[in-house]
Design a protein around this ligand. Structure first.
Ligand code: NAD
Length: 243
């Protein structure tokens, strides 16, 4: 039987992209809810919830999914590290794919960034640059946050190594800092560059998204994958077999 999803955040840019992708991929939409709608009632009719809404909505959505034992595909970004830690514990009670970016290309970028960070080492200054449309509400993007996490993990650095933009007399750059720069403007769907700069050479890994459909199709692929998994939190690397 075909999969039936509930779209949370249905009136948003991503919610609408998920609805179109569902049509394309033959996935049923059993409900489409947004602010103020009765999520519980709609969720009961669906196999899995696909969420692209607001970070403040994640806790109540997960509580509902746990109560109804429904798998979750979570695409919303903007949670603080502390908030995310608590939400992950809650999400682990159901099968849940949580990814800051559902595109195949970006998930390969994650793997390439890990490899480059390991091979190039601290002599290569790492900086992450992202650009998104003028309507985006959080910064840096969830994808940039994941890229930074990977670099910090590989270099065994803590979050205090991050430099969000630079201003004033910052002094010379140290090898134990990682820069992050968030650009906003126009209708840019999502650009990410990871730069490794040494004396004499520079490596840049860049991904550019030009259509939200890539995230929507990836999220639906995750929805099809997660319905038959045991409870636990997975990411797109698991869905794509990249781990
Ligand atoms: P948007 O502002 O266009 O849409 C968000 C929608 O969620 C709106 O319709 C809003 O009314 C609704 N909403 C807000 N609070 C809600 C609540 N409590 N319950 C139900 N609906 C609620 O934003 P967007 O561009 O569609 O992005 C949504 C989220 O998805 C953002 O966090 C964005 O960063 C993230 N995103 C993730 C990926 C990914 O691949 N993981 C890709 C693109 C966007």
């Amino acid at each position: 039987m075909a999969l039936t999803i509930l779209i949370n955040g249905a009136k948003g840019r991503m919610g609408q992209a998920v609805a179109s992708a569902a049509k394309e991929m033959g996935v049923g939409v059993g409900g489409a809810v947004d602010v103020g709608d009765n999520v519980a009632e709609s969720l009961a009719r669906c196999d899995v919830v696909v969420d692209f809404s607001a970070h403040s909505a994640t806790r109540s959505l997960l509580e509902l999914a746990v109560a109804q034992r429904k798998p979750v595909v979570l695409g919303t970004t903007g949670h603080s590290a502390e908030e995310k830690k608590q939400l992950l514990a809650l999400a682990a009670n159901v099968p849940c794919v949580w990814a800051g970016n559902f595109s195949v290309g970006v998930n390969l970028l994650f793997a390439l960034t890990r490899r480059a960070s390991a091979v190039l080492g601290s002599d290569y200054d790492a900086e992450v640059i992202e650009m998104h449309h003028r309507f985006k509400k959080d910064a840096p993007s969830g994808t940039a946050a994941r890229l930074l996490e990977i670099i910090l993990e590989e270099r065994k650095l803590g979050a205090d190594a991050l430099r969000h933009g630079r201003e004033g007399i910052t002094g010379e750059r140290t090898s134990t800092e990682v820069g992050i720069h968030a650009l906003r403007g126009g209708d840019v769907v999502g650009d990410h560059t990871v730069m490794f700069a040494a004396l004499g050479e520079r490596l840049e890994l860049t991904h550019k998204a030009s259509d939200r459909g890539i995230f929507a199709r990836g999220a639906l692929r995750a929805a099809q994958w997660v319905v038959s998994r045991p409870p636990g939190v997975y990411d797109m690397q698991h869905v794509l077999g990249l781990t």
